[in-house]
Design a protein around this ligand. Structure first.
Ligand code: AKG
Ligand code: FE2
Length: 177
């Protein structure tokens, strides 16, 4: 399926562009075919990305066993161009509380990491730069989060992007079939 601005049920369109692998995310569920885009199945989840995500968990938890039982089966690949941003939300369409691993490539952003109760304060703003990994696990798994700002022109040219920001969130859907 092609990358596109996701249409929301109430008529809005996301400023971020998204393409999925493994399972297709549409607001607010996962399907095997991209019903709301072109009716095609999504690309399979690559083995190398499973390994990358597991290494992130080992690092984040400083525990060599942390990735062992974790097998992500979907990733949302988001592209932020221009003024694109992402409002505060929870990742809660998965039927699993397994950690989410996020990888950022390209321009640096302000990533707002909030609390599990409300989309308002308290939150912590952190800068995510190209190559950064962020893990939402344990008590943080269902914390509200968002991207209020991307800093244009901040990416290292060696990242391979001419501009903008890519973010890949690897997830366990908890679905079968
Ligand atoms: O772009 C990011 O860093 C976060 C993306 C995100 O929250 C999501 O895809 O659900
Ligand atoms: Fe999210």
């Amino acid at each position: 399926m092609p990358i596109r601005h996701t249409r929301l049920p109430r008529g809005g369109v996301m400023s971020v562009q998204t393409v999925c692998i493994g399972w297709h995310w549409q607001p607010y569920r996962y399907t095997r075919v991209a019903e709301d885009v072109n009716g095609r199945p999504v690309a399979p989840f690559p083995g190398w990305m499973v390994e990358l995500g597991r290494r992130a968990l080992v690092e984040a938890y400083q525990d060599p066993a942390a990735g062992q039982d974790w097998t992500p089966d979907t990733a949302l690949i988001n592209f932020y161009q221009g003024e694109a941003k992402l409002g505060m939300h929870q990742d809660k369409d998965e039927k699993s509380d397994a950690p989410v691993v996020s990888l950022s490539i390209g321009d640096t952003c302000v990533f707002r990491f909030g609390n599990t109760e409300t989309r308002t304060r308290p939150w912590t703003d952190v800068e995510l730069a190209s190559g950064d990994l962020f893990v939402f696990g344990g008590p943080s798994r269902f914390a509200y989060h968002g991207v209020p700002k991307v800093r244009p022109g901040t990416c290292d040219p060696a990242c391979g992007l001419a501009g903008g920001r890519l973010n890949i969130t690897m997830r366990v859907t908890g679905l079968s079939g």
